[in-house]
Design a protein around this ligand. Structure first.
Ligand SMILES: [Fe+2]
Ligand SMILES: [Fe+2]
Length: 304
């Protein structure tokens, strides 16, 4: 077990100090500014596409920003039932875990609604329909068919990834649209507690498991990552199509290949690499068994 100091009681207490309503952070005067980028360049990687002009790079950045929030909405649709099921199993147990997980679930339900609301605003302002992978239920069903430890590790990866994105790349980026940034900031404020609760969840699921059982969970986490990677390949095709429609520019075959290659790696880094190489994720894996950390470290460079 790691010496992280996280407890259900303190996570709940922190969560209760964060209070925002969807209506307070989106809609009305709080509109998106389409003259600004939405995504930090470290995730968008549009500057590497030398054959695009500045306006085209901006549009692609915004297409990626829309996909980013929609993909978070999608993954939260598997996290929500997973956390509810986990809470339900403890209904006659201690009060703090129960309340902390219900709070967690309530926040994810709010985030799902926030991201749907964002998607509507985005489409109205951007003017071009930008498809995103789905449907959410099919993705959730595929992920939830895996071993609970594998699902919990995937959730842990996502929660720490959100922390890293905001703190390292978004918070101090003054170029980004302030409204888009505000949505990410409010989301991050609640995700801080989720990352800690997921750490406790992983530990409780792994408690009493043999090394072999734990490594099975790690392989399931990798399998879910492979499934998400397949979704990202599809998303790059959607983004390419959205880009051509938004700019009314048809790329040559060579340009399309370059677009696919660079954007797939940009998506892999955004959703997979930043989680698999997160020190907190690696520390939790190591606490289960050093083999778990070694296994993830042996494959993570492909997603960076
Ligand atoms: Fe969330
Ligand atoms: Fe979360």
């Amino acid at each position: 077990m790691m010496n992280h100091g996280y407890t259900y009681q303190s996570a709940l207490a922190s969560a209760e100090t964060v209070r925002w309503r969807i209506e307070d952070i989106i809609g009305g005067e709080k509109g998106l500014d389409f003259s600004k980028p939405f995504m930090p360049e470290s995730f968008a990687r549009v500057q590497e596409l030398a054959f695009l002009n500045d306006e085209e790079k901006l549009l692609l950045n915004q297409i990626r920003g829309n996909a980013y929030l929609c993909i978070f909405g999608l993954v939260e649709e598997f996290i929500l039932p997973f956390v509810i099921d986990h809470a339900r199993q403890q209904v006659h147990g201690d009060d703090y875990p129960m309340r902390a997980f219900l709070q967690f679930a309530g926040e994810e339900a709010k985030h799902i609604q926030l991201f749907k609301r964002f998607q509507r605003e985005f489409e109205e302002g951007f003017g071009t329909h930008c498809p995103v992978i789905g449907p959410a239920q099919a993705i959730a069903d595929a992920i939830l068919a895996h071993d609970p430890l594998g699902i919990a590790l995937t959730t842990l990866h996502i929660e720490w990834m959100v922390q890293r994105h905001y703190v390292d790349s978004i918070k101090d980026d003054q170029e980004l649209d302030p409204q888009f940034k505000s949505l990410l900031r409010h989301h991050w404020m609640e995700e801080v507690q989720h990352a800690k609760l997921d750490t406790l969840m992983v530990e409780s699921l792994a408690a009493g498991q043999s090394e072999e059982e734990i490594m099975k969970g790690v392989e399931e986490y990798i399998a879910i990552g492979g499934f998400i990677d397949g979704g990202l390949k599809q998303q790059v095709e959607f983004d390419l199509d959205s880009f051509e429609r938004a700019t009314a520019r048809l790329l040559t075959d060579e340009e399309k290949e370059e677009f696919r290659r660079l954007q797939l790696q940009a998506n892999r880094w955004t959703y997979l690499g930043t989680g698999m190489t997160h020190e907190k994720v690696l520390a939790t894996l190591e606490s289960l068994t050093p083999k778990a950390r070694q296994r993830i470290e042996s494959i993570s460079s492909a997603f960076c």
